[in-house]
Design a protein around this ligand. Sequence first.
Ligand code: ADP
Length: 597
Amino acid sequence: MMKINLTNRVFGTRDFITIPLACAPLHTLYCGINSLLAALTPSMLILAMARFVDTALLIFQGGTKEEEIYIPLIMIVMIIIYQNINGALSAFSKERLNLSLAENFRVATVEKRARLEYWHIESNESWELINRVCRDPAGRIRRGFENLLEITSIVIQVTSVLAILFAQVWWVGLAVIAISVPAFAVAIKGGKASYEADQEAEKFTRRADYLSSVLMGRENVEERSLFGYTKAIKGKWREKFDAARKIRFRANLKYFVRVKGTGIMIALLSIAIAGILIFPLSSGNLSTGMFIALVTGAFNLVQMMSWGLPWNLKELVSNREYIKDLSAFGALSEQKGALDEPVAEAFRFESLEFHNVSFKYPGTDRYVLKGLSLRFEGGRHYAVVGVNGAGKTTLTKLLTGLYCEYEGEIFLNGKTLRDYSQGELKGIFAVVYQDYARYFISLAENITLGSREGDDRTRMEEILKQIGLEDATRDLPRGMDTSLGKIREGGVDLSGGQWQRLAIARAVYRPSAVYILDEPTAALDPVAESEVYGMFGRISAGRPAIFITHRLGAARLADEIVVIDEGRVAELGSHEDLMGRGGIYAEMFESQRSWYQ
Ligand code: ADP
């Protein structure tokens, strides 16, 4: 199986064929050949039927032997058998194709998504593009492929039936062509409008989806009942959902009216054609069999021209928009080494220095960091404090290489951070974020996730003990192998504080050089937060650690406190130094004093 590369490739409609070909060549070829053959059956059926009726009539008039009827009869039966078998076989092939696409193409989109530079995930615009492309990518390609097959098949069917029509009575053929041209134009316009409407509706759908997960998700059960916000959110959800529905409905309605309008016109015309065909029939230019076959053929033709073809053309246009999105998705910039595993090599941390670093988020004008200079030394514990929005988390995003477009330099052990690979940075820093993840897998897996340490139970137990989770885990029905969360039978949910500690245990289990705690304790009360930080401080004693917090109770535990304000280092020193100075820190501390008493 070929590996599909999405990066910086300009995709075109042909890729609805090349991608399936690359993923499952045999099944793709089979589907292709099959649909070409199937496309020829309607005209063959017309010819067979004409011959059948004419022969039958001739037999009644005594003009020929009865055996003559067998040939057209066998032809008709064979065509019908072929149509049936063909349907079943190609359904099977399409299913296989779908699986291969899911295995290959979908994985390619998932990998591309994982390689993206981090800011694409945080930017609204690219996030929408990413969502559009990554929602059922295999299905989109398969439908695009089927759509092309359908169109080719319809074109073949139409041309062959038209050819028979032309051969019999040429001007009827001409009339059919003249009518179908406006139907195409309508179809193409409708297709574009429908995709655009989908895109517009997607924005509302995404918000509605989020709200619905808040309403129905298990995580929010407690808060929902506590704050009783269900009604308010439901109202909001309904608003978004309705907006999306209305946009889609309007576009579809317009399309439907347009297409059906032309369809009715064409249907009337086909009745007229049948009427007109009576003339060559009565003058003897058209045999009775051919007349019946052509009238049936003309009705089918009308059905295809007025519904099948416009629908498929509309789909084609919409698929082309998907292909454009796919090219744009492929062109999104990637983080070098984003998929690299953390490098396991032991790293001796000596120093980390921000040298005059300024940074604004891509697509914004406001500097979040403004010429920040700061030095962290090995083996010490630092607390980075400041009000919400001061830029503390931004510091960690730069450190871990999520954003590289900053001014100034960051030096790690004297070497610029830009010279470290993603894999190295992942190995060096272990960060526990504010919105740490809760993985609904076993307790042991929760700890070993993303680590190369393997399943070292003794070490796990030691860490759980240090982090204060020992008691809670002792009671679990299957010990370390108990599934966490409520999604599985026998799963046990942890309390918020326990999940938090578990997230920290996961970080500590990895032998990283520097630990960073970015307020993973924000949901705890200030005293409990201090406790967790204290515990963490003891675990990482002798190793460098950075605590980020806007609550100062935990900061006191650090060897050195860095106060960030307005994107700069405003104050630096021990708790006593900073209290003595009577600046921002002292003021913050006084205002928070009551929290800790
Ligand atoms: P802190 O961690 O100190 O609370 P942050 O570093 O999270 O602060 O945020 C600093 C500032 O940067 C805030 O004003 C925030 O609104 C802004 N910011 C954070 N992330 C983004 C982003 N992805 N795009 C634009 N602005 C952002």
